[in-house]
Write a protein that binds this ligand. Structure first.
Ligand SMILES: Cc1cc2nc3c(=O)[nH]c(=O)nc-3n(C[C@H](O)[C@H](O)[C@H](O)COP(=O)(O)O)c2cc1C
Length: 158
């Protein structure tokens, strides 16, 4: 499993690390990488990809968008992989849902299967933290990692 994130001030990075922990709790391998350090090959070789971005003007950050735009070069090769999303925003109604949707949308366009977050109220489309993730948000990140990790492992074993 690959967790790709961007983060300017560390909030989304903390979430990414917790998602990675959750994946490992599900006894699945996890790599956690910044979008600017992630290659198209990294995306291609992962069984599942979880994307996390800070909310920037109600959508994903520039660095995350750059990687997504470059991934047009491997169009068709991410098909059938499992995915999910998380974000940190400054305000409760500050565009975090539209940011999650922008991440899920990119994965859907690649033909991936995306999981939402049925657990945390307010984060239906993935996990949301307001600024620095609190205990509850980190727990939701770990739970997301475990659920997606387990599903990706099941699909890969077929
Ligand atoms: C360029 C920029 C745009 C932002 N736009 C929004 C926004 O639209 N809505 C919001 O709630 N917060 C916005 N924020 C605040 C960040 O989403 C918030 O501080 C987040 O916790 C930062 O995560 P990070 O520490 O991973 O960078 C913006 C921050 C920056 C730097």
């Amino acid at each position: 499993m690959l967790v790709v994130y961007d983060s300017k001030t560390g909030n989304t990075e903390e979430m990414a690390k917790a998602v990675g922990e959750g994946i490992r709790e599900a006894e699945t391998e996890a790599e956690v990488k910044k979008a600017s350090d992630t290659s198209l090959e990294d995306l291609e070789k992962a069984d599942g990809i979880i994307l996390g971005s800070p909310t920037h003007f109600g959508t994903m950050s520039e660095n995350m968008k750059k990687l997504i735009s470059e991934s047009v070069g491997i169009r068709g090769r991410l098909e059938g992989k499992v995915g999910a999303a998380f974000t940190s925003s400054g305000a409760i109604s500050g565009g975090n849902e539209t940011t999650l949707i922008s991440l899920l949308q990119a994965m859907l366009i690649h033909g991936m299967m995306v999981m939402g977050d049925p657990i945390k109220v307010g984060g239906h489309y993935g996990v949301v933290a307001i600024e620095k993730p609190d205990k509850e948000a980190l727990e939701a990140c770990r739970a997301l990692g475990s659920r997606v990790g387990r599903l990706a492992a099941k699909i890969a074993a077929r």
